[in-house]
Unconditional design. Structure first.
Length: 234
């Protein structure tokens, strides 16, 4: 699948280290700014340097040709697939994923609870949410519980949005560990209102730098750490 990446943006391989906490990144940028190519490259490196991990792209449709080489699966295959796969999402997809990986204890039998104690359900990989606002449905709580339990699931998350004006559901930003900006024609005002006050000036300066540098390099991006975690081991 490496032939679908047309360029190599900056950033080293993501390797796992003892004590590493899972990331939850939000990427914003206009169409053609390089998000999809970077996302594919990130996942290729992720599984290359962590061969026991796996990667899932959750997509709203099949309009992005760069994902064509990625094999498609159905939602019930998520617990057992290996490698890099894609899934076209419906309104109930995130609810299904949540119910499988975080089962309601009140609906489990005693035998099921005992089984889960010995065999916890973990995703063990990276989950990529492409334009999740189109399929998150009326219950963002399902996704938020996955975000908040990402350490137990051993799951990293990346959410991509076609510009900062494409609003994420309320509360989404509260779970982010990183915000990445690409070139965009949108105003940064809404995004500034959603993040913590002590990060707003830094985000605004980053936005201005990216907008200026993108006139020279259309694939330029910068990333702001919202929460300190042990992120990368070179």
């Amino acid at each position: 699948m490496s032939d679908i990446v047309k360029y190599s943006p900056p950033g080293g391989p993501i390797k796992y280290a003892p004590g590493r906490k899972q990331f939850n990144k939000m990427w914003f940028g206009a169409q053609g700014a390089g998000k999809t190519g970077d996302l594919i490259l990130l996942n290729l490196k992720y599984v290359e340097f962590n061969p026991h991990k796996r990667s899932l792209f959750i997509l709203p449709d099949d309009n992005e040709a760069k994902f064509d080489p990625v094999p498609e699966i159905e939602v019930w295959e998520i617990p057992t697939f290996t490698g890099i796969k894609k899934l076209f999402a419906g309104k109930k997809t995130l609810e299904w994923i949540r119910n499988y990986f975080i089962p309601d204890p009140f609906k489990l039998s005693k035998e099921q609870r005992e089984y889960l104690k010995k065999n916890p359900r973990r995703f063990d990989g990276i989950i990529n949410l492409d334009d999740p606002g189109t399929y998150i449905g009326s219950r963002p709580e399902d996704l938020y519980e996955l975000f908040s339990r990402r350490r137990q699931l051993n799951a990293d998350f990346v959410s991509t949005f076609p510009g900062v004006r494409k609003k994420a559901p309320p509360g989404y930003y509260g779970y982010a560990t990183h915000i990445r900006l690409y070139e965009t024609t949108d105003s940064i005002k809404y995004l500034l209102e959603e993040i913590a006050e002590d990060k707003r000036e830094e985000l605004l300066e980053m936005y201005r730098r990216v907008q200026a540098q993108a006139k020279i390099d259309q694939y330029h991006w910068e990333e702001l750490i919202i929460r300190e975690i042990r992120d990368r081991v070179r």
